[in-house]
Design a protein around this ligand. Structure first.
Ligand SMILES: Nc1ncnc2c1ncn2[C@@H]1O[C@H](COP(=O)(O)OP(=O)(O)OP(=O)(O)O)[C@@H](O)[C@H]1O
Length: 745
C-alpha cells in the first residue's frame, strides 16, 4: 500500500477525486515484460519499449521466478493487464475484462459464500517468525527519509521475501491468533526534526512490549518537569525494525487463517507523516507471496485462486485504483450485504504481477500536502487479496450454465485480507490554515477513523451490533467485521518531542482499541489517568464539551479526549446556523440601515450611517435621540445573545450533514471577515468625524469614552466569532464521534 510510487510517475495532487489518472509507461514495460517471461503468450508485448528494457526486466523476473520455483509450481496463466497497460489498438480490440481472469463487474463481498475448506493444519508456518526481542538491530529498511526510501521499499520487500523461500507450512491453528492485535511502530527522527534539534522522547522495551513517552511540561512556576506515559501493546517496534520484520510480527501469523474462512484486516493508523504508507507498502506483497506458497503446497489441487483489487475512499466516494479511477458504487442487497459495483479484481499467480498492480494503483492515489508531509495520503486506500475457489461440481455446473445461458457463477470466497493505508489523522487545531477542501478532507478522515475504532471495539467485545454505518470506510469493510475475522492495527508514531501531543493521541487511540478487550492489559497510561488530562482543543468551552457516558469510565488510561468521543449528540447544524445568523445579523445590520435616514433603524451608535452618527454626536448629552447608554446596552445584549447559544447546544438533536456544516462554517468565516472590515471602517469614519465636528471638549470626552465602550464590544464580538470558528472545527470532529456512537446505539 503506497502512495504514488515514484518509479511510476511520482505522486500527484488530486483534489477533485474525479479525475482519471493514467500512469502507463513504466507499468506497461514491466507488465509486458512479465507477461512475456511468465508465459502470458506475449499477449501484451507490443507496447513499443526497447528490447534492452525487455531483457533487463526479463532477466530480473526470470531470476525472481527461479528463486521461487520451488514454491510457485503453479500453472502459468496470463494475468489480465489493466487497460492502461495496453496499447491503443489493444484497448480498442481487446475487451476490458477477460471473464476468465477477472471477477464480475459487480463484486458482491458477501454473496460469495465462504468456502468451507478442509481444516488442514499447516504446520510450521510460524517457525521462522522471530521472537520480538530478536527484532532489534536488523533495521534493513532505508532509514534515511525521502523519496528514495519509498522507492526502495518494494525492492527490499521482494528481495527480503525471497530470502524466506524456505517457507514451511504452518502447524498452528489460525484460532490461536489474536482477534485484534495492536502493534506500535516508532519511526526514526527525520531530517527536519533533527534540524530543529528535537529530541527522541519515546523509549521502547520490546521484551515487555511497553513504550514510554517522556513528555516535557511546565509547572505553574514555569520550571520544566517530565511526565511519563507508559503504554503496553501486543507488540512495540523500535525505529530499527525493518519492514520485513514488521510483516512477520503483524500479517504473517494471520495468513494461514485466511485459508480457513477468515477475513483479516490490517491497517496503519497515525498522524500524518509518521510512516503509515512506509509501513503498509510492502505488506501486501509479502502476504501474497506467502498466500501463493500455501496455495501451491498445503492447499494445492483445491482449485484456489488469488484475486487482487485496489480502491480508495476519497471524500466519501469510492474509486477503482486499478481501473483508471473509475467511480464505484457501494450497494446493499436485500440481505444487507455490501456490493461494490464495478470493482475490478485481477486474478494473479505471481508476486511480480501483484507488485505491478500495486504500483499502478498507488500512482492513482489521491495525495496532498500537509504541514507534516508533503506527500500526504488524503484517502483511504484498500488493497484486498481474496482467495477464491470454484468447486469441481460448481465448475461443472458453471460450465453447463454458462453454455446454456451465458451466465457466470461467481467464485466462492474462501477468505481474504484487506490492507488499508489510512489517510493521516489530523487535529482540528492543526487545520486552521487549511483551505476548505483540506478541511472537508480532514473532517471526513477523522469521521472514518473514529467509526473504524468503534467497529473494532464492538467486534472485539462480540457485540451483536457493529456500527459499520458510521462511515463509508466501515461500510465497505463490513464483511471484515462480521464472522470469523482478524484485525491488526499498526500505530505509527513519531519519536520527536515536537510531536509529543500527537503521539499521545495516537497511542490513546490504539489503547482505546485494545482497552476494552477481554484480555487487555491493565497496565495503561497510568500517568494520564492520574494527572494528564491533555486536551488538544485550542479553546475550552465547557458548554460544548460532551459529558462522559455513565459507566464508560472503567478504563484507567482514559482521558478527557476519549470520554468526549462517546458523548451525547450536539446539533451542529443548529449551532452553525445560529452562529451565522448572529454574525450576519450584527454585520448586516449596518448594511440594512445604510442609506436609511430613519433614526429608529440605527439602534446602535456603532452601526449607524456616518451622517447619523454625526447627528448623534452633535446631540451628545442632550438625550434627544435616546441615550448613548441605551444604544450601548442594545449592542451589549446582541453580544450576549451570541454568547448564549452555547447553552442550547446540548439539547439539540444530532445532524450528520457534514457538507451543510462546512457551508455554515464558510459563512461564518465570511461574516467574521465582514465584521472585522466594518469595524475598521467604523474606526476610520469616527476619526474623520471627530476631526470634522466642532464640539466643546467635555462633550467630546464623553463621546470618546462611550465610543471606546462600543469599540471594545465590537472587538469582543470579533474575538467571539474567532472563538466560535475555532470551536466549529472541534465540533465537526465531535460530530463525527457522535455520528458513529449514535449509529452504534
Ligand atoms: N520507519 C521508517 N524508517 C524510515 N523512514 C520512514 C519510516 N517511517 C516513515 N518514514 C519516512 O517518513 C516519510 C513520511 O512517511 P509516510 O509517507 O509513510 O507517512 P504517512 O503516515 O503515510 O503520512 P500521511 O498520512 O500524510 O500519508 C517518508 O519519507 C518515509 O519514507
Amino acid at each position: 500500500m503506497m502512495k504514488a510510487a515514484t518509479a511510476v510517475g511520482g505522486r500527484q495532487m488530486q483534489r477533485s477525486g474525479n479525475q482519471n489518472h493514467r500512469q502507463c509507461s513504466s507499468d506497461q514495460v514491466l507488465l509486458d515484460s512479465f507477461s512475456s517471461v511468465g508465459g502470458g503468450g506475449g499477449k501484451w508485448q507490443q507496447s513499443g519499449f526497447s528490447s534492452l528494457q525487455k531483457m533487463d526486466y526479463s532477466r530480473m523476473l526470470r531470476s525472481s521466478q527461479r528463486e521461487m520455483s520451488g514454491e510457485l509450481a503453479i500453472p502459468v496463466e496470463p494475468s489480465t493487464p489493466p487497460e492502461c497497460l495496453r496499447t491503443s489498438s489493444q484497448r480498442k480490440m481487446v475487451p476490458d475484462v477477460s471473464s476468465s481472469d477477472l471477477s464480475p463487474g459487480i463484486l458482491d463481498l458477501h454473496n460469495f459464500d465462504t468456502e468451507l475448506l478442509a481444516d488442514i493444519a499447516a504446520p510450521g508456518f510460524y517457525d521462522r517468525a522471530p521472537q520480538i526481542g530478536s527484532l532489534r538491530g536488523r533495521g534493513s529498511d532505508a532509514l534515511q527519509f525521502g523519496n528514495s526510501a519509498n522507492k526502495q521499499i518494494m525492492k527490499d520487500s521482494i528481495s527480503e521475501s525471497n530470502l524466506s523461500v524456505g517457507f514451511v507450512v504452518d502447524k498452528e491453528k489460525p484460532g490461536s491468533v489474536a482477534k485484534i492485535k495492536v502493534v506500535v511502530r516508532k519511526r526514526p527522527l527525520n531530517k527536519k526534526e533533527i534540524a530543529k534539534k528535537e529530541e527522541d522522547v519515546i523509549t521502547i522495551e520490546q521484551h515487555t512490549n511497553s513504550l514510554t513517552v517522556h513528555e516535557t511540561k511546565l509547572k505553574v512556576d514555569l520550571t520544566e518537569f517530565v511526565e511519563k506515559h507508559e503504554f503496553v501493546f501486543d507488540s512495540v517496534l523500535d525505529e530499527d525494525v525493518s519492514n520485513d520484520q514488521v510483516y512477520r510480527e503483524t500479517v504473517e501469523p494471520i495468513i494461514p487463517a485466511i485459508f480457513q474462512r477468515t477475513k483479516a484486516t490490517c491497517f496503519a493508523y497515525g498522524q500524518t507523516g509518521n510512516g503509515k504508507t512506509y509501513t503498509m507498502q510492502p505488506l501486501p506483497l509479502r502476504a501474497s507471496q506467502d498466500i501463493l506458497r500455501l496455495m501451491n503446497h498445503t492447499y494445492r489441487n483445491q482449485g484456489l485462486q488469488l484475486f487482487v483489487s485496489f480502491f480508495e475512499i476519497y471524500g466519501g466516494k469510492l474509486f477503482d485504483l486499478l481501473s483508471d479511477r473509475r467511480k464505484l458504487c457501494m450497494r446493499e442487497d436485500g440481505k444487507q450485504q455490501v456490493c461494490i459495483v464495478g470493482l475490478q479484481e485481477y486474478r494473479v499467480s505471481y508476486v511480480e504481477t501483484i507488485r505491478e498492480l500495486i504500483e499502478r494503483g498507488n500512482a492513482s492515489r489521491s495525495t496532498g500536502t500537509t504541514g507534516a508531509n508533503e506527500e500526504s495520503s488524503r484517502s483511504h486506500a484498500i488493497l484486498q487479496l481474496a482467495i477464491k475457489r470454484l468447486a469441481d461440481d460448481n465448475q461443472q455446473k458453471h460450465k453447463k450454465r454458462s453454455a446454456d445461458n451465458g451466465e457466470s457463477k461467481p467464485a466462492r470466497v474462501v477468505g481474504k485480507i484487506s490492507f488499508i493505508d489510512l489517510a493521516g489523522s489530523e487535529r482540528g487545531a492543526d487545520t486552521t490554515d487549511n483551505d476548505k477542501q483540506t478541511r472537508i478532507e480532514g473532517a471526513e478522515i477523522n469521521k472514518s477513523l473514529l467509526a473504524l475504532k468503534e467497529c473494532i471495539r464492538a467486534l472485539d467485545n462480540d457485540q451483536l451490533h457493529i456500527p459499520f454505518r458510521g462511515s463509508k470506510l466501515t461500510e465497505v469493510l463490513r464483511d471484515s467485521f462480521i464472522g470469523n475475522s482478524r484485525t491488526v492495527m499498526i500505530s505509527c508514531i513519531s519519536p520527536s518531542s515536537g510531536s509529543c501531543e500527537h503521539t499521545l493521541n495516537t497511542l490513546r487511540y490504539a489503547d482505546r482499541v485494545k482497552s476494552l478487550t477481554k484480555n487487555s492489559n491493565p497496565k495503561k497510561d497510568l500517568s494520564s489517568a492520574a494527572q494528564n488530562t491533555i486536551d488538544s482543543a485550542p479553546v475550552p468551552l465547557p458548554s460544548v464539551i460532551p459529558k462522559p457516558v455513565a459507566g464508560d469510565n472503567k478504563h484507567i488510561g482514559q482521558t478527557n479526549q476519549i470520554e468526549r468521543e462517546v458523548s451525547p449528540p450536539i446539533n451542529l447544524e443548529q449551532f452553525g446556523r445560529e452562529n451565522v445568523r448572529q454574525a450576519s445579523s450584527t454585520s448586516n445590520h449596518s448594511n440594512r440601515s445604510r442609506g436609511s435616514t430613519s433614526p429608529e433603524v440605527c439602534d446602535d451608535v456603532s452601526d449607524g450611517p456616518y451622517e447619523q452618527r454625526k447627528r448623534f454626536l452633535r446631540n451628545v448629552g442632550s438625550n434627544s435621540e435616546g441615550g448613548f447608554e441605551d444604544k450601548t446596552r442594545i449592542v451589549a445584549s446582541q453580544m450576549r445573545a451570541t454568547e448564549d447559544y452555547d447553552m442550547d447546544i446540548d439539547n439539540s438533536n444530532s445532524d450528520d450533514d457534514l457538507n451543510d456544516l462546512l457551508k455554515e462554517e464558510e459563512d461564518l468565516v465570511i461574516a467574521h471577515r465582514r465584521q472585522v472590515e466594518e469595524t475598521l471602517n467604523f474606526v476610520r469614519e469616527e476619526m474623520k468625524l471627530l476631526d470634522e465636528v466642532d464640539q466643546p471638549g467635555n462633550q467630546l470626552d464623553e463621546y470618546i469614552t462611550k465610543l471606546s465602550v462600543v469599540l471594545s464590544r465590537k472587538a469582543a464580538g470579533i474575538v467571539n466569532l474567532q472563538t466560535r470558528l475555532a470551536h466549529f472545527q472541534r465540533l465537526l470532529t465531535h460530530h463525527n464521534v457522535l455520528v458513529s456512537s449514535s449509529s452504534g446505539q
